[in-house]
Design a protein around this ligand. Structure first.
Ligand SMILES: [Zn+2]
Length: 207
C-alpha cells in the first residue's frame, strides 16, 4: 500500500467518524465489548473455552510451541526431500486440461439461459444513444471530474444523477448527467440518492 492510498483511507475514516450518526452506531455496537472481552474477541475464544478445548491454557500452549520451535534445525535430508518434490509436467498439464472450459457457458454458475431475462441495465453501455449522452455530458464538463479536488483518481465516468432504472425518461437527458472520476463516483445506491441534489447544483455552477 503506498502512502497516498493510506492517506486517502485515513481521511475517509476520519470523515466517517466525524459523522455523529455513524459514531453513535459504532459505539452502540461495541458497547460491553471492552477490556477482557474485547481482547479475547481477537483470538476467537475466551480463556475458559480455550482451557476446555485444549486442556491447557493459552499461555501454556504458546510456551509449548515456542519451546518446540527454538533451536530446532531441519536435517539436510528433509530439506533435500522437499526441494526434490516437484510436480511432473505431465501432472500439471493433466490438471490444466481438466479445468479448461469446465466452467464456460452453461456450466458457469452465472449462466442465464433465457437471454431476455438479462437486465436492461446490463446492456445500456452498448447502446449508441447512451454513448452520445455520455459524450455530451463529458463535453459539457470539459472532461473533468466536477468535484475536482485532491482526491480525484481514475477514469472519468458519466454518472446518472437520478437512477437509470428508476427514471427511464431522464436516461438521455444531459441535465441528468455529471462527469465524475472513479474515486468520486458513488458506489452505493444510498449514497447516490443522498448526493443527487448536490450533483444537480454542481452541474449548474460553471467552473
Ligand atoms: Zn473526482
Amino acid at each position: 500500500m503506498n502512502e497516498e492510498v493510506r492517506k486517502r483511507i485515513r481521511d475517509s475514516v476520519k470523515r466517517l467518524w466525524a459523522n455523529k450518526e455513524y459514531k453513535e452506531k459504532q459505539e452502540k455496537a461495541h458497547k460491553g465489548k471492552t477490556g477482557d472481552k474485547a481482547s479475547n474477541w481477537q483470538g476467537g475464544l475466551t480463556e475458559s473455552k480455550w482451557n476446555k478445548r485444549k486442556g491447557t491454557s493459552r499461555k501454556d500452549w504458546n510456551k509449548k510451541i515456542s519451546k518446540a520451535l527454538t533451536g530446532k534445525k531441519r536435517s539436510e535430508e528433509s530439506i533435500d526431500k522437499q526441494k526434490s518434490h516437484k510436480r511432473s509436467q505431465e501432472s500439471i498439464d493433466k490438471q490444466r486440461k481438466s479445468v479448461i472450459g469446465k466452467y464456460r457457458g452453461e456450466n458457469n454458475h452465472r449462466w442465464i439461459k433465457d437471454r431476455t431475462k438479462l437486465k436492461k441495465s446490463d446492456k445500456k453501455h452498448l447502446c449508441n444513444q447512451y454513448k452520445e449522452w455520455m459524450l455530451s455530458v463529458k463535453n459539457r464538463d470539459n472532461w473533468e471530474c466536477k468535484i475536482n479536488d485532491n482526491n480525484c483518481n481514475g477514469k472519468l465516468e458519466a454518472h446518472h444523477i437520478l437512477r437509470w432504472s428508476e427514471f427511464p425518461e431522464l436516461r438521455y437527458n444531459i441535465n441528468n448527467g455529471i462527469s465524475l472520476c472513479h474515486f468520486h463516483h458513488p458506489r452505493k445506491i444510498k449514497d447516490e440518492k443522498k448526493l443527487s441534489q448536490f450533483f444537480t447544483k454542481l452541474i449548474k455552477t460553471k467552473v
